[in-house]
Design a protein around this ligand. Structure first.
Ligand code: ZN
Length: 451
């Protein structure tokens, strides 16, 4: 088994917005991972609100999902397809009103790294800010209801151009020896949305919070506690060995209410190896959230063959705790992905029905393995009757019910196949006819002609 690292190594610039009073928040710049040598001088002041030329990308985002991506470098076409699939999948989970701009770079990364990503900025003091802490710009934009820095992308992400073992398929059937690119992209976008912060270890000291006063921190940081439920930010002095000890204790947990609610009886364990690493704090614990578990997306390692295309309940809880509004995931209605269509009496339907369980935003509820779906045939005239292999009642599997062997005995006009489930809005196919072959002649000719 091969195992490679997914990290949030990108530095984030803390930016003081124009609207914030300078003495209320800690201005200045902060880079994660302590790579201060990368620092560029000066802070950028964002210009709030849309300009007219933003209309087009906004419309595009509304049509295509919540993200607008810009590719840089020699991004392979099949990698772009997988990338868009990952963004579309994330769109299912988030209630996004201001499109999220993502820059995707195809470039050389360090050995063993598949991808890195982070917010381009953390903002504080913006309109509607829920606290004095720093928010990733993609989130700050949603809270403010406007693009706080229209000139800037919100998330920068990098993917290993020299990696020969990426699997670019979108079906999650990653072959042995390959690394699922969709999973990598979804993971990195998770960092850009907010699984990131300021905690670091420098020499013998741990640090957390934004310099110079350390009275505020990245919003994620304020929910991180040790095994005694003592918060790392506020509960420990920054730049101390005690904080380093906590950061490398092996016992860090998420203490936000929504994240905790997703792990009844305990709190979500964060990745906190006894040797500080780039991946510490801003991932879920690798062992607790191992490959195959619902929240493995945000564990720090990806095995070959592993794929995770879902945002699990703990990750959704964390996003909710830091301020994201999530899309409703409850099933709301049924939809024919493959629309049943007519045929000859007794022969298979031309299209076999495939029914999706959708949430209120029109996305398949991939977690749904419960909804019981019943097909029926309605129509006028004739003696048509529908049957399918295994019957007309199916329980959704991962939000889908796929019927096979469906056929209609007898004939009928204006027939519709209806998919029904208790409490959900039904789906109904367009009308079709089932009629004996010989009778098609004369029916298809709309105009009589002399021959
Ligand atoms: Zn990561």
């Amino acid at each position: 088994m091969r195992r490679l690292i997914l990290i949030a190594a990108l530095a984030a610039v803390l930016v003081l917005p124009e609207s914030a009073a300078a003495d209320e928040v800690d201005p200045g710049l902060l880079w994660m991972d302590g790579r201060l040598s990368d620092l560029t001088e000066g802070s950028v002041v964002p210009e709030p609100s849309y300009s007219a030329q933003d209309t087009s990308p906004v419309q595009r985002a509304e049509q295509n999902g919540s993200f607008i991506v810009t590719y840089k470098g020699a991004f392979p076409e099949d990698a772009k397809t997988a990338f868009q699939y990952a963004l579309d999948t994330w769109s299912r989970y988030l209630d996004v009103t201001v499109p999220i701009r993502v820059e995707a770079n195809w470039k050389v990364l360090g050995a063993g790294k598949l991808g890195t990503a982070g917010p381009t900025k953390l903002l504080s003091g913006f309109p509607g800010a829920p606290s004095g802490h720093w928010y990733p710009i993609a989130l700050a934009n949603q809270i403010a209801g406007t693009d706080l820095d229209a000139k800037s992308v919100d998330i920068t992400s990098n993917f290993a151009s020299t990696q020969k073992s990426f699997y670019f398929g979108t079906d999650g059937r990653t072959p042995r020896g390959k690394f699922d690119f969709v999973s990598v992209v979804m993971h990195e976008i998770g960092h850009g949305l907010g699984l990131t912060g300021t905690a670091d270890v420098v020499g013998t000291n741990g640090t957390i919070g934004s310099p110079p006063k350390y009275t505020a921190s990245a919003i994620y940081d304020v929910f991180v506690v040790n095994s005694n439920a003592k918060p790392l930010f506020g509960g420990f002095k920054t730049k101390t060995p005690e904080l380093k000890q906590a950061l490398t204790s092996g016992g860090l947990f998420w203490y936000g209410a929504n994240g905790v609610a997703a792990t009844p009886g305990t709190a979500p364990r964060l990745f906190a190896p006894t040797t500080w690493s780039d991946s510490s704090v801003y991932h879920l614990d690798e062992e607790t959230f191992a490959a195959g578990s619902a929240d493995s997306l945000m564990s720090p390692m990806l095995d070959d063959e592993e794929s995770q295309h879902r945002v699990g309940p703990v990750i959704r809880g964390i996003l909710s705790d830091i301020g994201w509004t999530l899309a409703p995931v409850a099933p709301a209605y049924l939809y024919f992905l493959d629309v049943p269509a007519g045929t000859q009496p007794g022969e298979l339907l031309l299209t076999q029905p495939r029914v999706a369980v959708l949430n209120g935003r029109g996305y398949t509820v991939a977690e749904d393995n419960e909804t019981v779906i019943t097909l029926s045939l309605v129509g006028t005239g004739g003696d048509a009757a529908l049957s399918c292999d295994g019957g007309l009642v199916k329980t959704a599997k991962e939000g889908l019910a796929k019927y096979t062997g469906c056929r209609i005995e007898g004939t009928g006009m204006g027939l519709r196949v209806v998919a029904w489930a208790e409490g959900l809005t039904s789906a109904e196919s367009p009308p079709f006819v089932v009629i004996r072959r010989g009778n098609f002649r004369g029916l298809t000719a709309g105009v009589s002609r002399d021959e």
